[in-house]
Each structure stands twice: as C-alpha cells, then as structure tokens.
Ligand binder design. Structure first.
Ligand code: P53
Length: 475
C-alpha cells in the first residue's frame, strides 16, 4: 500500500470559478466579476466596472451558489474525503475594508461546509484564490498598498473563528508565485489585484506586493494557530519545474536561477526569511523596498505547516546570449521541451515532472506536501446518448498518480492528499472559458454561456471512484 490510511483524496475548485451568484447575499464585486472571457488567442480583459455588452463568465459560472447540495452529493458519490474550495473575500467583506463582516456571506460557507461534513468530506480552504474585492483595487491599488495586510488578516481571522470547528486545512494565497511571470498582466492582477501602469517597473511592483502578501500570510498563520492549535496551515505554490534545455553549463545555471525566482516565495513561507538569492537580486537592482524589521519578525513567526501545490506541467529554458545576470524572463526565455507532448492549450504533459517536484520540495523543505491541483484541460464531446468518453483525462491523471505513488513509496515523500483541479467543470482562470474542461462531472454550459447547467457523469467519474475506493491501487 503506497498511500497511507486517511489519505485525502478529493477535488479542487475556487469560488469565482464556480459559484456564480456574484451579486447575491450581500456580496461585493470582486476583481473577477469585471474580468471578461477570452480564449486561446484572446486574453481576458479587466474592465474595472461592469460594462454593457461584455461577457463576464464568473457572474453565473456554474451556479454552484444555488446548486452546491447536489454537486457535493456527486463528489460524495465519487468517495471524496476532502473538497478544496476558496472563500470569496467579497462575500465576507464586500468592499474588503469594512470593520464588520457580512453575516449572509458567512452563512453561505456555513451551509456549504456543513453539507460537506454531513457527507464525510473535509473542506480544504484557500483564503485568497486569484481574486480580491474590487474596491481594494480602485481605492488602494490592490496589494501595492500595505494597508491590505490588515484587511486580509481581519478577513482570515473572521474565517478562522467562524469555521474553527468545520475546517482544519487552510491555505493563505493561491499560487502566490504565479506573479513571478510579472510581464503577464493577468499574473499581476490575479494574485495581487494590480493593474500595471505603462512604463512602471513591474518587477519591483511584484516584489513589493508579494512581500506584503507574505507578511499577511504569516500574520494570518500566527493568528490561526492561536484560534485553533489543531489547524493545519499551509501555503500554495504553482509548481512548474524549470528544466535546462541542454546540459550546457549555462543552461543548467539558467534553470537553477529560474527555479530560485519562481520558488523564493516558498522559501519565505517555510523558513520565515528571504533567501540570499532574492536579497542579492534586490541589491543588484537597487530596490529600496518597504520591508520593515517588524515585517521580518512577522515572517519568522508565521511559517507554514505544509506545502500545498498545483502541478500541471513543466517548463524548459535555455540561457540566451547577453543575459549576463541570468535573469529569469518567463515571457522570452522558456522554450518547448522536445520530449513532451502538449495539451490543446500548449501545456506540456509531464507525469515524471510531478515525481521530480515532490522530490524537490521534500529535499528542500522537509515538510508534508499536499497536491491541491493537477489535471488536464480538454474539450469534451457529449455523445447522442448523453455519455462523455474522456480517456485522455483518465490517461493524464493515471500517469500522474503512478508517479505520485512512486514518490511516496520509493522516495519517501510525506504526502497528505491529492485533489485534482476542476473536479466539476468550471470557468478557466487563464482564459475564462467553459470549454476548457477538467471535470469528472460535466456541466452543460459552453463558452458563449449557453446551456442548461445540467450535471452529468463523464467516464472519468466511475474511474476516479474506483481509484479512491482502492486508495490508489486500482488505476
Ligand atoms: P486554467 C497558469 C499555470 C498554472 C496554473 O488553469 C494556473 C495558471 C493560471 O491560468 O492556475 C491554476 O483555468 C489555478 C486555477 C486554475 C488552474 O490552475 O487557466 O490555481 O485557478 O483554474 C487551471 O486552465
């Protein structure tokens, strides 16, 4: 038996990608409520307000807000032990900066978590998953502003106190390192609510915002521990290992530098201090960041208990001539890995990369790990009889679970659980599409927003049910 008893099999989603009900229950607007849909060739756009004639896929999403009871029953049918979702900050604090929370928003998550627990499903909760109250962007410029630390800690504390006896597993910021790709507008916006100004030094902006987030995360963790010492408080890292394209020393060092840039956030979460490489980079750039002694003390008091991470793909990089400082530039220096196939969205399929990632985290941090996202975004076809055959999804997940088991069995990785992403079809974060599907449960809705929102079981549903029932033995 590779996996321990009590292994947390389940699935993962995020509030804005499935709830809908964007203006229900006293909810305020969130950044994702004013972000349009896109597709493979068109980027999503942040419009700052709701404009007529635009398609905002998160307004309705899959209407989980009204249908969660039936959806959780389907997850229970698959045998889920846990269900990872996020709390929409703007349901609890509609503007983000109020003194008192919105009771109706709190009650929604009471009902949702109670429903999970009645089915024997543990909620696993991310506090900030790619959205913040829109007011915090318009009034404060998002995480550019130090005052967001206080607002976030208040939000986290309210959630910890309210759901003290319902939720054990928490994560502070989803894929906090996604913004390492700061040249992509979406990366800055999703994580930090930052709209970059023309000509601004985006790298500096990113490091400053990420610093405030890391301090806020540490302060929340310190508060959470006092509220319930049994809480398990983690971070969440987007793990895309960066491989050297060749064994040229320049490429090896380039890949190493890329890994430092993508994962310094984990160093801070785990060790409570900035690594030397990041401090050296700030010095070299001449960044005079707002980092106080009290901040540094706070970081050290709020280290995580475990590392949650997503894994979809690996990257490859080569050292380009003239890049004397081995700076990581995700938009220009990544290259296709000739050894790997890609999804329809260009994501390299690399199951062994998951084993590599599990080993890398374990060797570097020696903490329990939780794979809180993994999955295959694909187009699905509904047959005339309503069935959906998705062997490509099963192939992807099987290959990754095999590698995950090897990491536990042969490499000694301490793994808490596995929650594939988008266990029910939902709105894609990157493109805003519905037709980029990850689910075991199909949702009848397409990119144009058409469909009756009915749910049905794909072939992968019964497959995953068997996987869970056999604790990963029957793949
Ligand atoms: P979508 C990029 C790279 C890796 C993970 O992504 C990413 C992204 C952002 O697009 O995000 C995570 O929906 C994220 C989820 C997201 C999921 O991966 O673009 O935590 O919110 O939906 C899949 O296909």
């Amino acid at each position: 038996m590779a996996l321990k008893d009590g292994f947390l099999w389940g699935g993962a989603v995020a509030a804005h990608q499935l709830e809908g009900g964007y203006d229900q229950g006293g909810k305020g607007l969130s950044t994702m409520d004013v972000t349009t849909s896109g597709d493979q060739t068109h980027k999503r756009r942040f419009t700052r307000e709701i404009l007529p004639g635009e398609n905002y896929p998160n307004h309705e999403a899959i209407d989980f807000y009204h249908r969660y009871e039936d959806d959780i029953a389907l997850m229970a049918e698959m045998g889920f032990k846990c269900f990872r979702t996020s709390i929409a900050w703007s349901r609890i604090f509609p503007n983000g900066d109020e003194a008192e929370p919105n009771e109706e928003g709190l009650r929604f998550y009471d009902r949702l978590f109670d429903c999970c627990l009645e089915h024997g499903i543990q909620p696993v909760v991310t506090l900030s998953h790619f959205e913040i109250p829109l007011h915090l962007v318009n009034e404060y410029g998002g995480w550019r502003d130090r005052r967001l630390i206080g607002f976030f800690v208040r939000f986290a504390t309210v959630c910890f106190e309210r759901y003290r006896d319902k939720v054990t597993y928490w994560m502070t910021f989803n894929e906090i390192n996604n913004q390492a790709n700061y040249m992509e507008d979406y990366a800055l916006l999703a994580d930090s609510g930052i709209v970059a100004e023309p000509g601004e030094d985006r790298e500096r902006t990113m490091f400053q915002a990420a610093h405030y987030e890391l301090v806020a995360s540490a302060a929340a963790i310190e508060a959470g521990r006092k509220i319930n010492p049994a809480f398990r408080l983690g971070c969440m890292i987007a793990m895309c290992p960066v491989y050297p394209l060749t064994c040229k020393p320049e490429d090896i060092l380039m890949a190493h530098k890329a890994m430092e840039r993508r994962y310094y956030y984990a160093d801070v979460h785990v060790n409570g201090v900035y690594p030397a490489n990041t401090l050296a980079l700030w010095r070299r750039r001449g960044f005079d960041l707002d980092v106080t002694d009290e901040d540094l003390a706070q970081l050290a008091r709020g280290c995580v208990d475990y590392i949650g991470f997503s894994y979809y793909m690996s990257f490859a990089i080569e050292h380009k001539q003239g890049n004397v400082h081995y700076d990581y530039r995700e938009d220009t220096d990544l290259v296709p890995n000739p050894n790997l196939k890609r999804s329809d969205w260009g994501w390299a399929i690399d199951p062994i990369g998951l084993r590599y990632a599990l080993n890398w985290f374990t060797d570097k941090y020696a903490l329990p790990l939780f794979i809180v996202e993994n999955g295959f975004g694909a187009y699905d076809k509904v047959e005339a009889d309503g069935s959906i055959h998705d062997p490509y999804r099963v192939d992807y997940l099987r290959a990754h679970i095999e590698q995950m088991k090897l990491a536990v069995d042969e490499d000694g990785v301490d793994l808490m659980g596995y929650t594939p992403w988008g266990c029910i079809d939902l709105v894609s974060a990157g493109t805003g599409q519905m037709d980029k599907r990850y689910g075991f449960i199909y949702v009848d809705k397409n990119d144009a927003g058409e469909g009756a929102l009915e749910r049905s079981r794909k072939d992968s549903f019964a497959w995953y049910q068997r996987v869970i029932a056999s604790n990963g033995e029957e793949l």
